[in-house]
Design a protein around this ligand. Structure first.
Ligand SMILES: C[S@@+](CC[C@H](N)C(=O)[O-])C[C@H]1O[C@@H](n2cnc3c(N)ncnc32)[C@H](O)[C@@H]1O
Length: 440
């Protein structure tokens, strides 16, 4: 917790390492993970409750005590841990980090535990119907600007927005991609004791355990990947192109999940993928993820189409732009990120997204296709961005109906032509997909 709040670390990176170092496994590791991720996800609302119980602004509570109180409040209000156990472990923690604050922590926890979660929400949130955004923000522990963004993408349907926010607070399932040509989903499911996915022909749902221990993953026949990512990459491979179909491009490839799947499909079709990534260490990850596949990794800025030899204008038949984005579609995977992201992150990202999409349109030949993907449902990163980039493009482009390009029978895709997937509707991350065809 301290690493996340003090050092800006990512919980999903530091926690597994800490668990290994301390030898925590099985149920103990699962409990520590649930406690850490749960507390980080709900931080905003836990803070509001603690501040009310302490009758003191959170900023006036020492950071180590604040973290301990958050863990204690989470256990009291959101787990089945016995209240006296939750309170005494929290107080022990406070005693270790700030002995002078033990009495204060004891009193705050007593007050927190006097009401359950729902009663705290009722006490602190605006009355039903008066300010739905603020109420949803508190009830489902999201910053108000993110509640608004998700609500806008769901056409202001308050009930569905509530379901979407609630889904961000669920632990995400682990999903695998069985690499086409190397192992089938049915074979992989049997090997790992998992289930074949609902929509993607390559998806396997893992029941539990450490994916790193799976032989098929160690041997490069499968990789961990959300089913939504599989669907959008497959849609690009499914889109009809006129004529030649040999040169594929992934313009933002790191760490290489979609490049791995596209590379395996390209191998079956006699095509070759160029995978571009601007950050050298992420380009190395792409190299590792695409070993033995017909993939050339290029460390370069994707906007340099036409300026470097590896990225000729009109050089490609299929192009993927999986643009850097706010990641608001994967909040369930990164517990702290909703509190770290700011609305001011949007302008630089949306500028880059439009430039990369413009570069992709220059890179594709007439009659070829571009898939624009973000892991965010924020409208300025999705439909608005696509409309603007098309308007600015010097080359004619048509939007294809992306719904028809998805494999499987994916329900609830709205009116098209773009696709917005959702955790609460599809069990996937909230990936966005638009598919464009370049005219002459
Ligand atoms: C959303 S991630 C791509 C995820 C990847 N397609 C996958 O499935 O594993 C976006 C990537 O674009 C890279 N990136 C950012 N700016 C870029 C640029 N100007 N040119 C190329 N890559 C860029 C980031 O470093 C990041 O690795």
């Amino acid at each position: 917790m301290a690493a996340v709040h003090r050092d800006d670390a990512y919980a999903n990176l530091v926690l597994p390492k800490m668990l290994r170092e301390r030898g925590l496994r099985g149920r103990d590791a699962a409990f520590a993970t649930e406690l850490t991720y749960g507390t980080l996800r709900l931080t905003g609302t836990l803070d509001a409750i603690i501040a009310a119980a302490a009758d003191r602004d959170m900023a006036r509570i020492d950071p180590p005590v604040r973290d301990a109180l958050r863990l204690g409040a989470y256990q009291l209000l959101r787990t089945r841990v016995a209240p006296h156990g939750a309170a005494s472990t929290t107080v022990d923690l406070v005693r270790a980090v700030a002995p002078g604050a033990v009495g204060f922590a004891n009193a705050v926890l007593r007050r927190v535990g006097e009401q359950d979660w729902d009663s705290w929400i009722d006490r602190l949130a605006p009355a039903d119907g008066t300010d739905p955004v603020r109420r949803l923000a508190l009830e489902h522990a999201h910053p108000a600007w993110i509640v608004r963004a998700i609500g806008d993408a769901l056409r202001a349907d308050v009930d569905e927005t509530a379901r979407a926010l609630a889904a961000d607070n669920e632990a995400p399932p682990v999903q695998l991609t069985a690499r086409p040509g190397l192992v089938t989903a049915a074979e992989l499911a049997e090997q790992v004791g998992g289930e074949v996915g609902r929509y993607s022909p390559y998806a396997v749902y893992l029941p539990g355990g450490a994916p790193g221990d799976i032989p098929a993953i160690r041997q490069g026949r499968a990789h961990v990947q959300d089913e939504g990512s599989q669907l959008v990459a497959t849609a690009l491979a499914n889109a009809p192109v006129d004529g030649r179909d040999e040169r594929w491009l992934d313009l933002c490839a790191g760490p290489g999940g979609k490049a791995g799947l596209l590379g395996a499909i390209a191998a079956q079709r006699g095509a070759r993928l160029t995978a571009v990534e601007v950050t050298p260490h992420r380009a190395e990850l792409v190299e590792n993820a695409t070993r033995n596949l017909p993939v050339t990794v290029v460390t370069a800025d994707g906007r340099d189409v036409g300026a470097i030899e590896e990225l000729p204008e009109q050089g490609f038949d299929r192009v993927l732009v999986d643009a850097p984005c706010t990641g608001l579609g994967a909040l369930r995977r990164r517990p702290e990120s909703r509190w770290r992201r700011q609305p001011t992150d949007l302008p630089p990202l949306t500028g880059l997204q439009r430039e990369l999409l413009g570069a992709a349109i220059r890179a594709v030949r007439p009659g070829g296709v571009v898939a624009y993907v973000t892991c965010s449902p924020h409208l300025v990163e999705t439909d608005v961005g696509v409309t603007e980039a098309c308007r600015r493009s010097e080359h004619p482009v048509d939007l294809l109906d992306a719904r028809a390009l998805l494999p499987g029978d994916v329900p609830d895709l709205g009116g098209g032509p773009s696709v917005q997937l959702w955790p609460h509707r599809h069990g996937t991350d909230a990936m966005f997909l638009a598919v464009l065809r370049r005219g002459e």
